[in-house]
Design a protein around this ligand. Structure first.
Ligand code: NAD
Ligand code: TDX
Length: 333
């Protein structure tokens, strides 16, 4: 079997490729990645001689058609993935997340190739503290340009499955953490700030809640869906990891032996979603999946160790990332 992994030089895609090479010697992997600011060839160094790497854009119809014709399945991770960037400049999100997904769907339709679409719980909008968690039937209600373009891409997949019989599955996962995550994202930003002696930066009061899952567990679920998922279905992936942002910052500070009040409140994100939470009971009951990182604190400790030991991986991106936050107007409150 050969799989085409789009976005395989990104955080979750690279983890999927590493996991696949480690656990499935019978699966050949081709990565298609445009190496945007978020892509990093070094994330594939541990498996570089075991995979084929193609540098290109998922919106390139001819390239994608050619690559899809030679594989048995496509796992689509490539995206513009950062909410704050989508508020500063939405266009790349429309182009990659919607037009890029269209390009892949046309190719899998033409060559009758199995397709798995990786998406986010943000398509459902946000919850109040008392709402029940998202399920597969929660209505779409995205808030940001990022989540709106992911919602648009999900709806294209559902339409191509129903109208053209594309053999597709979808997954909507909660917030991932773990090694190789770009330093623009919440957890690696605070860890690398502390390594640099800079105070963590919490948006607003920090009462927003995210449902954290280790990236290894996300990708084990993706493989379960590829192996045994029902065609046409959506699966929600989450590990019952709800925590507010303030608590996460305090856990990171404690792991660095710092005072838990030693952080700054900074400008809040416009339209900031209040709470995400996943009900993963379909995935657990139907496919028998369960997370191995049931304890967020243990996963966080492993992640901090990884960033301490892999400064050469993240250091080249750190200064530009912080410059972009400053240029976007982030200020200490
Ligand atoms: P990321 O930003 O770390 O990586 C995205 C990758 O896609 C990069 O390697 C980038 O170079 C590549 N890419 C971007 N535009 C491309 C294009 N036009 N053509 C080819 N490659 C392109 O993102 P991530 O956090 O790894 O997210 C991967 C997927 O998982 C996304 O679809 C995202 O919506 C979804 N997701 C992410 C999370 C999370 O917490 N990070 C949670 C749920 C779902
Ligand atoms: O410096 C920060 N301070 C802060 O308080 C940053 C970067 C973020 N935050 C807050 C905003 C969010 O409430 O932390 C929370 C997490 O922020 P992000 O890491 O930007 O993630 P989020 O916006 O929740 O989206 C993530 O999860 C769903 C991924 O980036 C998406 O790709 C995924 O779909």
């Amino acid at each position: 079997m050969r799989v085409l992994v789009t976005g395989g030089a990104g955080f979750i895609g690279a983890n999927f490729v590493q996991q696949t090479v480690a656990t499935r010697p019978d699966v050949g992997v081709t990565v298609l990645d445009a190496l945007t600011y978020a892509g990093n060839r070094a994330s594939l160094d541990p498996v570089a001689d075991r995979i084929e790497f193609v540098h290109g854009d998922i919106a390139d119809l001819d390239l994608v058609d050619n690559l899809v014709s030679g594989v048995d399945a496509v796992v689509h991770f490539a995206a513009e993935s950062h909410n704050d960037n989508s508020l500063a400049e939405p266009w790349p999100f429309v182009q990659t997340n919607i037009v890029g997904t269209y390009s892949l769907l046309q190719a899998v339709r033409r060559h009758d190739v199995r397709y798995h679409h990786v998406s986010t719980d943000e398509v459902y909008g946000d919850l109040t503290p008392d709402d029940p968690a998202f399920t597969e039937t929660t209505a779409y209600n995205p808030s940001s340009p990022y989540s709106a373009t992911k919602a648009g891409s999900d709806l294209l997949v559902r339409a191509w499955a129903r109208s053209f019989g594309v053999r597709a599955t979808l997954s909507n996962c909660s917030n991932n953490y773990g090694p190789y995550q770009h330093v623009e994202k919440f957890i690696p930003r605070q860890i690398t700030n502390l390594i640099d002696g800079v105070r963590p930066r919490l948006y607003g009061a920090g009462h927003q809640v995210r449902d954290w899952i280790h990236v290894d567990d996300h990708n084990r679920a993706v493989w379960d869906i590829l192996d045994r998922g029902r065609i046409g279905r959506t699966y929600l992936i989450g590990a019952e990891g709800e925590l507010d942002n303030l608590s996460v910052v305090q856990l990171i500070l404690r792991a660095f032996d710092r005072d838990p009040t030693d952080f700054d409140h900074v400008t809040d994100r416009p339209g900031h979603d209040q709470r995400y939470a996943i009900d993963a009971s379909v995935l657990r009951d139907e496919l028998g999946w369960s997370p191995r990182y049931a304890d967020f604190r243990a996963g966080l400790a492993d992640t901090i160790t990884w960033y301490r030991e892999n400064e050469n991986w993240w250091r080249p991106k750190k200064a530009d990332t912080e410059r972009a936050y400053a240029a976007a107007g982030e200020q200490t409150l």
